[in-house]
Design a protein around this ligand. Sequence first.
Ligand code: 4H7
Length: 236
Amino acid sequence: MKFHVLTLFPEMIINGLSTSITGRAMEKEIISLDAVNIRDYTISKHKKVDDYPYGGGAGMLMQAQPVYDAHKAVCKGRNIRTVYVTPQGSVFNQKMAQEFAKEEELILLCGHYEGIDERVLEEVVTDYVSIGDYVLTGGELAAMVMIDAIARLVPGVLNNDVSAEFESFQDDLLEYPQYSRPEVWMDKAVPPVLLSGHHVNIEKWRLAQSIERTKERRPDLYERWLANHDQGSKSK
Ligand code: 4H7
């Protein structure tokens, strides 16, 4: 899968995603990351990319021209799904990550200053997406969050092909607690069932832990999980 990121800070995108799993996936050429500097496309003599908002107000806006030309340079006449990373978008979740992971190429547009001239957004943006209800100084960190979540769903990015599928099955439950060596640490023992070698009991225990943890920490997810797993509780 090819990710193109339109940004004023391309090095931030490259540096943020070149380590760990996404970095290895790029080395293996399972994904590619093309960070496009919007400033390279300005026609202004002084490489200006921002200007004052009509009607007044605080701060500056990114101008339409450099954004449009950067986008055109990436698309080369093709239609590529283009995500504008903005607090005004639909809130990103695992299901959206799965949908985006089906695309062959994806463009992420990062705003800075007070945002981007509305007219170019109308021309190029297909999806308005937010990573959550908080304010960032730029769209780059949000774009990196989305790319990480999407990339790990692309076949071959994770070492174990079971993992991503299993997680999606578990969608509405939080993960169970995990333990590694030593067996006792600071007087705290690993739950005995995990040392029993009884795989059925281990899976039962893990599911029970997942349910309990979700009920406690994410009652919203727990209610949704219950609604989908109420096998016969009402019909009997
Ligand atoms: C586009 C439009 C995403 C991008 C406006 C981006 C939060 C998220 C940005 C803005 C983002 C998210 C400009 C809004 C500066 C805030 C002070 C960059 N913030 N900004 N304003 N939740 N900021 O996904």
